[in-house]
Write a protein that binds this ligand. Structure first.
Ligand code: GLP
Length: 240
């Protein structure tokens, strides 16, 4: 079973996970981080700014989980923009070493294979940060995603589009498709760290940690991983 760590609040979770990442980078300057977007991982990135201040991070590598399809990469809410704004620039990482799936139409057909090959060439992800959607999705692997899936294009559910509408002017502006690492891709990372905060995530957390293993609860895939850590506040842990 996954290791569940209950912390007081999101800030404490950020500090805890950042400490783990700092240790990883201290061991290997070219550690490979699995980066997530959404609001959940932001306290981790915030804590890293303090804990890694003044360090040479030029060798650190990273792979984001997912990206919208059909959104200009320069749009402020593209995951390329978010990772640049929240991770690359404040931490001083080398943008050439930090990868985000390519959601541009022209290359979408091969984008999944190329991304898988890049992760493989890097030797795999050392520590994968994960959030979880209210419908249990990880990355953008919506309910029904195969546990063996690899990076590919998916259709976003209405629930996810509604959840993410807060980042856009209106729900009509939320893309309908995405490109996401598959559950099979995510499971290959050497350490999974899933964070969740608030009552709204309680059911998704319970399903992920204790629910049946089923493609309809994509988060339940973490039960197959030998080293998964779940960092939650009391509210998100309330249905465990
Ligand atoms: C988004 C992202 C996921 C994220 C999830 C939860 O759509 N694709 O990687 O974990 O939904 O988002 P939040 O952390 O904002 O609740």
């Amino acid at each position: 079973m996954a290791e569940v760590v209950i912390v007081e609040n999101a800030e404490a979770a950020g500090t805890l996970v950042a400490t783990e990442i700092v240790e990883l980078i201290a061991q290997r300057a070219d550690a490979v981080l699995g980066l997530a977007t959404g609001s959940t991982p932001l306290p981790v990135y915030q804590a890293l700014r303090t804990q890694l201040a003044g360090r040479d991070l030029s060798q650190v590598r990273g792979f984001a989980l997912d990206e919208y399809v059909g959104l200009d990469p320069a749009h402020p809410e593209s995951y390329r923009s978010v990772i640049t704004r929240e991770v690359i620039e404040p931490l001083g990482l080398d943008p050439q070493r930090i990868h985000v799936p390519n959601g541009a139409h022209a290359t979408i057909q091969h984008a999944g294979d190329d991304y898988e090959a890049a992760i493989e060439a890097a030797g795999g992800v050392d520590l994968q940060i994960l959030g979880i959607g209210t419908d249990g999705h990880i990355g953008f692997n919506e309910p029904g995603s195969s546990f063996a899936s690899r990076t590919r294009v998916k259709t976003l559910t209405e629930q996810t589009r509604e959840d993410n509408a807060r980042f856009f002017d209106s729900i009509d502006d939320v893309p309908r498709h995405c490109i996401t690492q598959g559950l099979g891709t995510i499971l290959k990372a050497r350490h999974l760290v899933l964070l969740a905060f608030g009552e709204g995530k309680a059911q998704a957390v319970a399903d992920a940690v204790e629910g049946p293993l089923t493609a309809f609860l994509p988060g339940s895939a973490i039960q197959l991983h030998p080293h998964a850590t779940i960092v939650v506040d009391e509210a998100a842990a309330s249905r465990l």
